[in-house]
Design a protein around this ligand. Structure first.
Ligand code: NAP
Ligand code: ZN
Ligand code: ZN
Length: 368
């Protein structure tokens, strides 16, 4: 493939904020010396895909091909790639490039690249400025530095559940590590969705005491099964009262704007609540006194760097952690988005990308 040929790819794209995703044909770039060409086997469906497809962050370029929880098989390698083998199972997450020179890049924190990281979809490539297209497609071509090794402990049956580790997994692993969660920690997880269910599994594996805060009464049993020591319905004021001033760290994964005060009140002196949910509309401003009186902190965290993503995959392999998934063919993606909004998924949709191959002969769109 190195040379003049580009690969023809079938994907699913949105053409505007209010349109559904539909079949879309496009070309992947020619293989560069440092590139890995990957046949995509599975791609997880993140709430960020929905925020982006519908332009909820007001930053979407159309057509938009979402998808950043990618598991695939190496088809071909550029001349300069020796760290991967043809046929190897590999993964790609939310990042496909960065400047590699700034302080964040040099500290393996490419997600905070000071030139702006290049995301797997809806970014502009560093070399040619074309818009990046994600994992709702048959193939992707990625620079070797941004391709992950899938640990050998994971077998074929595990691959659908490994895909969501590439965003939901690393986005929760990274802040848990940054805020030094371990055996002595009392950790709260707010929201039981794709990120929330990974946060429970990971914090539990790190040895923490974990409490889930959910708005959904029907998720109490699941929360415990996933590893929470306690589950609290966050709308129940009396139950919330019992947990005041007791948490070292809270990871808030909620995808919608909400009042932060009831969760800030749960923190001990010097405790931190890290926000990873990225809602369309801002949260109401928290009450300053809730922060001042106990020196509490609110922080944020964006996915994780490539080195830490590999560390997270190895951690998950060691602890036999994968996501709980519902596998769908690509034709069900619009329905899956509606169900995700209603919180009707346990706990991540994953696209079987073989369903895209079947479409190859039918689609007619062209983005030239
Ligand atoms: P998800 O699967 O849809 O889960 C979100 C959860 O939030 C729901 O399951 C629900 O949990 C809770 N929730 C409460 N009220 C809600 C409401 N009105 N609307 C929607 N959810 C509500 O989403 P996800 O894929 O885990 O993503 C969560 C958020 O993180 C999204 O905003 C996403 O864009 C963001 N994100 C951020 C990063 C990062 O790097 N910071 C990375 C990936 C995703 P309960 O039913 O338990 O209350
Ligand atoms: Zn994501
Ligand atoms: Zn950089």
């Amino acid at each position: 493939m190195e040379g003049d040929l580009m690969s023809q790819v079938t994907g699913y794209a949105t053409q505007e904020a209010t349109a559904p995703l539909t079949p879309f044909r496009f070309e992947r770039r020619k293989l560069r010396p440092e590139d890995v060409q990957i046949e995509i086997l599975y791609c997880g469906v993140c709430h960020s895909d929905l925020h982006t497809a519908r332009n909820e962050w007001k930053s979407t370029t159309y057509p938009c091909v979402p998808g950043h929880e990618i598991i695939g098989k190496v088809l071909e390698l550029g001349k300069g790639v020796t760290s991967f083998k043809e046929g190897e199972i590999v993964a790609v997450g939310c990042l496909v490039d960065s400047c590699r020179a700034c302080q964040s890049c040099q500290e393996n924190l490419e997600q905070y690249c000071e030139q702006g990281p290049i995301f797997t979809y809806n970014s502009h490539g560093r070399h040619d400025q074309t818009v990046t297209y994600g994992g709702y497609s048959t193939q992707i071509i990625v620079d070797k530095k941004f391709v992950l090794h899938v640990p050998k402990e994971f077998k074929e049956k595990d691959y659908p559940g490994v895909a969501p580790l590439l965003c939901a997994g690393i986005t929760t692993y990274s802040p848990l590590k940054h805020w030094k969660v371990g055996k002595e920690s009392k950790v709260g997880v707010v929201g039981l969705g794709g990120l929330g269910h990974m946060a429970i599994k990971l914090a539990h594996a790190m040895g923490a005491h974990v409490t889930l805060f959910t708005t959904s009464a029907n998720k109490v049993e699941d929360g415990k099964r996933l590893g929470a020591n306690e589950v609290v319905l966050s709308k129940n004021v009396e139950e919330m009262e019992k947990h005041k001033n007791s948490f070292d760290f809270i990871l808030n994964t909620v995808a919608a704007s909400h009042n932060l005060d009831p969760f800030i009140q749960l923190l001990k002196r010097d405790g931190t609540m890290c926000l990873v949910g990225a809602p369309e509309f801002p949260h109401p401003s928290p009450t300053t006194a809730e922060l001042i009186f106990r020196r509490r902190k609110i922080g944020g965290s964006l996915i994780g760097g490539i080195k830490e993503t590999q560390e997270m995959l190895d951690f998950c392999a060691k602890h036999s952690i994968t996501a709980d998934v519902e596998i769908i063919p690509i034709e069900k993606i619009n329905e899956a988005y509606e169900r995700m909004i209603k919180s009707d998924v346990k706990y991540r949709f994953v696209i079987d990308n073989a369903s895209l191959k079947k479409l190859s002969t039918h689609s007619s769109n062209d983005n030239k």
